[in-house]
Design a protein. Structure first.
Length: 330
């Protein structure tokens, strides 16, 4: 809740609200965890469910016949060849076939050279996202949103600097843990454009449920345009934005980076192009001017315990100036 000093901004804020350290990407030493895509998991689940249902019905029929069937049939069930065949050979053949089928779902994905490599670090409670070149060097940083090209294999390098997190995008892949001191990697592929919601799937502290992220899948050409735009420094603040930029440099530059300015902090998210993101606070608010002002002033009310202080001492004019500057960083 915003307090009395922000009374001039309350209408616009309420209207819009309605609507660490960098870990090194050990890309060469960590094995790929080939997780199947959502479509592959659907096929596998259908096969397991259907096969399990057929086997269950067959076993139930045999049990009924073994109890109430003709004596001759019941005597036949006791033959050793049937016991060995149904109790050993059949389960071994079925389980081996399922194992080979599961391996086949993931082997081609793991062997393919990824088109994009992204390092994701679980923070408390947000996601540090770094796009990597072929050698593992960082091209640029962003936070809480992952952009990928459709139809391309994307490698995600997963680490954590604090506690165990779990990376999960239900519509694209299964979940994979992010363990301190250990690097996991997985592959994802989006077949269709869209925005896919991700979530931390391992309890990691007080704001675990408010640790979401978005995966935006776009056409390869649009993705290349986005990468070029993200690699550019922030636009120079002039005119009415200059006051907000100066306040930001004074109060926020120790924790946040805005490339092209003196703000080079690394403990918080990179904000070079924060105005173009879909949400704020790792999915807490939709990103717009009012939400930006509300987050700056009242983030401890919206997401208690997060490392960012609430700027309650700024006047409404100062708060709106900083929010406008942040909203301009697109």
């Amino acid at each position: 809740m915003l307090r009395i000093p922000y009374a001039p901004l309350l209408p616009v804020v309420l209207l819009h609200l309605a609507g660490g350290r960098r870990a090194q990407a050990e890309v060469s030493s960590a094995p790929v965890t080939p997780t199947p895509s959502s479509g592959q998991m659907t096929d596998l689940n259908f096969l397991l469910f259907t096969g399990g249902a057929v086997i269950f019905v067959a076993v139930a029929c045999v049990v009924v016949l073994a109890i109430w069937g003709p004596p001759r049939f019941r005597a036949g069930l006791a033959r050793p060849v049937l016991i060995v065949g149904a109790g050993i050979v059949f389960p071994l053949a079925v389980l081996t076939g399922l194992l080979l089928y599961s391996f086949n779902l993931t082997s081609s994905e793991a062997s393919e050279q990824p088109a994009v490599r992204i390092h994701v670090v679980g923070e408390l409670w947000w996601w540090r996202v770094s796009y990597l070149d072929a050698e593992g060097g960082v091209l640029f940083d962003t936070a809480n949103e992952i952009h990928i090209p459709t139809g391309k294999s994307v490698e995600i390098v997963l680490t954590s600097d604090n506690v165990i997190h779990s990376f999960w995008v239900p519509e694209l892949t299964g979940k994979l843990d992010m363990i301190p001191g250990h690097t996991n990697r997985l592959r994802i592929r989006a077949q269709a454009p869209g925005v896919y919601r991700g979530q931390c799937a391992e309890y990691c502290g007080a704001q675990h449920t408010k640790m979401a992220f978005m995966v935006q899948a776009v056409a390869p050409e649009a993705f290349d345009d986005w990468v070029r735009q993200q690699r550019r420094p922030a636009a120079v603040a002039d005119g009415q934005l200059r006051t907000g930029a100066q306040l930001f440099q004074q109060a926020c530059s120790r924790c946040h980076t805005v490339r092209g300015t003196e703000a080079r902090g690394t403990s918080g998210p990179d904000l070079t192009h924060v105005g173009g993101r879909l949400t704020l606070g790792a999915g807490v608010l939709r990103n717009n001017l009012g939400a930006m002002a509300g987050w700056i002033a009242g983030n401890q009310d919206l997401k208690p315990g997060n490392p960012m202080p609430a700027f309650r001492d700024w006047s409404g004019v100062e708060l709106l100036a900083v929010a406008r500057y942040m909203d301009s960083l697109k």
